[in-house]
Each structure stands twice: as C-alpha cells, then as structure tokens.
Design a protein around this ligand. Structure first.
Ligand code: AMP
Ligand code: FE
Ligand code: ZN
Ligand code: FE
Length: 278
C-alpha cells in the first residue's frame, strides 16, 4: 500500500513497479509517488499484463507549524480536485527552488553541479533529496542513498533546506474533499527526524484521518505500540507496507502487507477514483 516509481524518487518506471509487484507475489499494490499522480496511467495500463491490481495513490509531503515533517498517504482521490492539486503543485515548485539552494550550498564543499542532479531526475518527476543523493553517489562522495541520508542530507544537516508543504490537518481535509482516504505514513519514524506529538494526531483525526501505517520498517516497536492504542481508541484503519523505492532503498515489496479487510474498508470510503483490477 506504499510504493514509489521514478515519477518521484523510486528508480523503476510505474510499469516496472507493477512487474516487480507481480514477481514479489503481490495481488495488489498502491503506487504512492510523492506529491504526484503522473504515474497512475502507466501503472493502470500494466495491470492486465502483470495480473496485479493497482490502488492509485499519492504521498503528500506536509509540515507542522513546529517544522516537523509528516507524510500523508492518499488513496483513491480525484487527481483533478483543485484544492489538493493546488497544494501539491506549490510543493513541487518549491521543491525545485529548495533543491537548487541545497545544491548551491553543497557545491561549496563537494564536487556537485545542478546538471549532475538533474541527470538523475526523470522528466516531470517530483524532485527530492534522493536525487541529490544519487548525484553524490555518482561523484563518489557517498556509497549509496542511505549513506547520504545518514550524513550530508539528514534534516539535521547544515545543507538541509525545507520546501513548502501544507499543514497535515489541512492535507487530510483536502484528501477527503477530493474523495480520497488519508492514512498517516510511518508516523513514528524517529530515524528520519522529529516526530509529531498528540496535538497533531488530534488535529489530523478531527480533520478526517482514516488510518495509520503501523507495519513499516522505519516505525520502532515502542511507537507501534502507541499507534495500536491510538488506532483502537479512534477506530483508525491499520496498514502495513514496504515503501518500496526500487534500488533507491533496501525496502522490498511485500516486506509488510495490509489485510484485504482493510483494503475493502479503504475502498468503501473512497469516492475519487477506483481500484484498477486485472
Ligand atoms: P525530501 O522529500 O526531498 O525531503 O526527501 C525525503 C525522501 O528521501 C523521502 O521520501 C524518502 O523516501 C527518502 N529517504 C529518506 N531517508 C532515506 C534513506 N535513508 N535512504 C534513501 N532514501 C531516503
Ligand atoms: Fe521517498
Ligand atoms: Zn514517506
Ligand atoms: Fe514513501
């Protein structure tokens, strides 16, 4: 229920993600590129050939007023809904300026140019730190994306810059308005940076949050325990997923999965678009 293609920071085309899902033995996969639905058509066209159902989705980058990064998965929303589209368009544009600023800073200390970064971005793709990481790998500065994120590119690094991102509760409301089903991605992934407190959960739940992604490798066990309690108290759906990025991350398709019952409940709440079945 959470996989990326080269429409954002995955390394495979949307059609190849579908083929990889078939090889991994999955019967359904959600394509959830960062701030983009540009991969939906290609992935949908691959469904019949590979026999894997597609849940069209997206991962919306958000940030709280305290500057904490939140990722919100949106399933089955209307990709043309103006409110949501406007926010992700603003975020995508800001990602470009932000990456340019980060590269300018990095270029003072490392052999890196803007062209080196662009070389790793598919046309029209959502630009992110992983693409800067790819350029640093190519320059021999780090061995892989993981090493880049553990050092030069962490949110605590002096080269880090934020980009525009909507508030999480606003994003939840926009996903609902677009007929989608909002699920908080890897909520307690403390290895990525600061995590949100109780007030943000309350605000997101009040705005219509549908579920929490608990089974994800970046959620530590203590955090999962907290999330299970939260889900039980507020009747939230519980999902699990790999957050596959092709060769961009060690995460393997199917390493965590979501139950068919939960998918059925997601489908029953959605009015924006439909699951594409073989
Ligand atoms: P950005 O949205 O540009 O700030 O970059 C964040 C993205 O980097 C997330 O979508 C993650 O998929 C990716 N990322 C975070 N940590 C790592 C890591 N250790 N290795 C590879 N990619 C990562
Ligand atoms: Fe990513
Ligand atoms: Zn994420
Ligand atoms: Fe993701």
């Amino acid at each position: 229920m959470h996989a990326h293609s080269n429409v954002s920071d995955g390394t495979e085309t949307p059609a190849d993600v579908m083929a990889s899902a078939a090889r991994a033995g999955l019967d359904v996969v959600a394509l959830t590129d960062h701030d983009s639905t540009s991969g939906w058509a290609e992935a949908a066209a691959a469904v019949a050939g590979c026999g894997v159902a597609l849940v069209p989705g997206m991962e919306v980058s958000c940030r709280t007023d305290r500057g904490v990064s939140v990722h919100l998965l949106s399933y089955l929303h209307d990709p043309l809904h103006p409110g949501l589209l406007e926010e992700i368009t603003k975020a995508k544009e800001s990602r470009l300026t932000r990456a340019e600023r980060m590269v300018t800073l990095l270029a003072e200390d490392y052999p890196l140019t803007w062209d080196d970064v662009i070389h790793h971005v598919a046309p029209g793709a959502t630009l992110g730190r992983p693409h800067i990481a790819d350029a640093l790998v190519a320059a021999g500065v780090v061995a892989d994306r993981s090493e880049a994120f553990a050092s030069i590119l962490t949110s605590r690094s002096r080269y880090f810059m934020p980009h525009y991102a909507p508030d999480p509760a606003t994003a939840v409301a926009l996903v609902r308005a677009a007929g989608g089903v909002p699920v908080f991605a890897h909520p307690v992934a403390s290895g990525r940076g600061r995590i949100v407190g109780e007030q943000t959960y309350r605000d997101m739940i009040d705005a219509g949050l549908a579920g929490v992604e608990i089974d994800h490798r970046d959620n530590p066990e203590e955090g999962r325990e907290f999330l299970r309690g939260l889900a039980a108290r507020h009747d939230l759906l519980v999902t699990g997923s790999s957050d596959y990025h092709g060769t961009g991350k060690p995460n393997l398709l199917g390493e965590n999965v979501t139950s068919p019952e939960v998918l059925a409940r997601i489908e029953s709440q959605a009015t924006g678009t439909a699951v594409v079945r073989p």
